[in-house]
Structure formats: C-alpha cells, structure tokens
Write a protein that binds this ligand. Structure first.
Ligand SMILES: [Zn+2]
Length: 286
C-alpha cells in the first residue's frame, strides 16, 4: 500500500476540523507543505515553535499538526533571522508540512475541552457555549462536566496536578479547598472571557488557564464558584493525544499505515515556581 499524499491526510484533518468553523480572527489550515508529497509520519503538538520543529526533524516526521497558529497576522518576511522564519526554513528544508487546527479544534466534537475533561476523568454533559450552527448541540466552546464521585476543590486540584502534564506553575486555586465539587466547567486555553457562561451554568468549579486578576476577583466576589488555573499548554496538550488517536483510526481505516506521534516537548514558557516565604503575613489567603 503506497503512503498517502499530504493532500489526502489534510483532507482527513479538514474533515475532523473544518476551517470554516474557526473564528474569523483565527489563522488555521496548512501553513507549509507540498500537496503531492508522501506522508508516513505525523507529529501532533500544541505550539509550532523551534524546539517542536527540531523534535519533528529528529523523529523524521513528514507532517507537524499544531493547535496554535504559526502566523496569526500578516507578515512580510520569512527570513531565517526571525523566530518564525527560522521555523518555516527548518520545515521546508526537511520536507515537513505544517497544518494548524485551532479554534476549529476547540469547538469540535470531540475537541480540545473534551480531551481536557477526559484527562481529568470528568463526564462531559454539554458544551459551555454551544455552537448555534450545530443542530445536535454537541459542538461549542468549553464543556460542562459532572463528577461520578464528588471531590473537594483541593482533591480536584490535586487530580489536575497529577493527570495534566507537569509544569512549573502546577494548579492555582481560588476558593475554599474543602468545598464539594459535583459539576465542573472546563475550557482548554485562556478561559477568563467565559465567566458569564460559567456563572449561568451554575457549576461548582471552573478549570481553565490564563486567569487574570480582575476577572478572577470579580468572579469570586459574586459567587462561591471555585477556580482552578493550570498552565495554558498543559490544558491543551491532552488534545494532541485525542487528535493523534483520531488520525490513527483514520489511517487504519484507509490502510495508510501512518506512524502518529504526540510531542514530548514542554512548550509552557514558565520554567520555575517559587512558593512565597515572606515571614510577615498580611493575613491568611482566602
Ligand atoms: Zn491555546
């Protein structure tokens, strides 16, 4: 059986995550690649950064699929003296294609937040912000989930710290660690624009990334909602495993014999964490 062409593999990826379902500001689809080139090995990763591209080269990958776009805005140079131009040069010199599935993978069924919920052992009930174009009500941003057995906020944070890939940040918590959690909203990536939807859903906890001071303190002031904040990369990495399994299944069905890998490169930019040791306390954190 001959290896599939890049165009065949891209068509399968577009079927999973149609480009037209991406947000209008997003930049998804194929960034680098010859449609006629053969693909034998595929690597999935969150970020199209140089370390990941170097990993793709070492692996002998023909296609790198990332969640985050390489270029989100227009550019006038791919000179190798620029960070992103260096990525483009390395890809082309090594015959590696790059394809991006970003907000079209966020809202897919299954999508980024399903993978996050799965990693945490949560049962998905419905999208947090349903896609009105989906008659089945399965697609959309974030997921509302239930726990089979209630956990305390502290136990849920410990579970997230154990099951998501390790980062310097770990899991930050806002809320009573002993409060009982039965329902959780999750959203892979930056989630603090979703507080209104989370409040409307009436869940006990919200797990996401990149929570900022003001939205977080406002969300805490008006409800007992517990907030769990993980590293952005860590909340989206489980999607790489889900997406790799989806492509593996398509490869088996088509007899393509693809070798599908998930990146082991940590692309969370934060590298260390120092717990506060100041001796003068301003009062117990609440
Ligand atoms: Zn992201």
């Amino acid at each position: 059986m001959p290896l599939p062409r890049l165009s065949d593999v891209i068509a399968a990826l577009e079927n999973l995550w149609p480009a037209e379902r991406a947000e209008s500001w997003d930049a998804v689809g194929t960034v680098v690649g010859e449609p006629g080139q053969e693909v034998g090995r595929v690597l999935f990763a969150v970020d199209p950064v140089q370390d990941v591209v170097d990993e793709a080269v070492r692996l002998g990958a023909d296609l790198l699929v990332t969640h985050h776009p390489l270029y989100l805005r227009g550019t006038t140079t791919v000179a190798a003296s620029t960070f992103k131009g260096r990525v483009v040069h390395t890809l082309i010199k090594n015959d590696i294609a790059l394809h991006v599935a970003h907000t079209n993978a966020d809202t897919a069924d299954p999508g980024v937040s399903d993978a996050l919920a799965g990693a945490l052992g949560l049962r998905v009930v419905r999208p947090l912000v349903p896609d009105r174009a989906d008659p089945d009500g399965r697609r959309g941003l974030g997921r509302i989930c239930e726990l089979d057995h209630p956990l305390t906020v502290g136990e849920l944070a410990a579970r997230a710290a154990e099951r998501l890939p390790a980062t310097a940040q770990g899991i930050r918590v806002a809320g009573d660690p002993d409060a009982v959690v039965r329902t959780v909203a999750v959203s892979g990536g930056s989630g603090d624009s979703l507080f209104d939807h989370v409040r409307a859903a009436g869940v006990d906890a919200f797990l996401t990334a990149d929570l900022r001071h003001h939205p977080t303190s406002e969300a805490r002031a008006h409800s007992p909602l517990a907030l769990l904040d993980a590293a952005h990369w860590a909340t989206e990495w489980p999607w790489c495993e889900l997406a790799a399994a989806q492509l593996d299944e398509i490869s088996d069905r088509n007899g393509w014999g693809l070798r599908v890998h998930v990146s082991r490169t940590v692309t969370d930019p934060w590298t260390a964490h120092a717990a506060s040791t100041a001796t003068e306390s301003l009062g117990a954190p609440n």
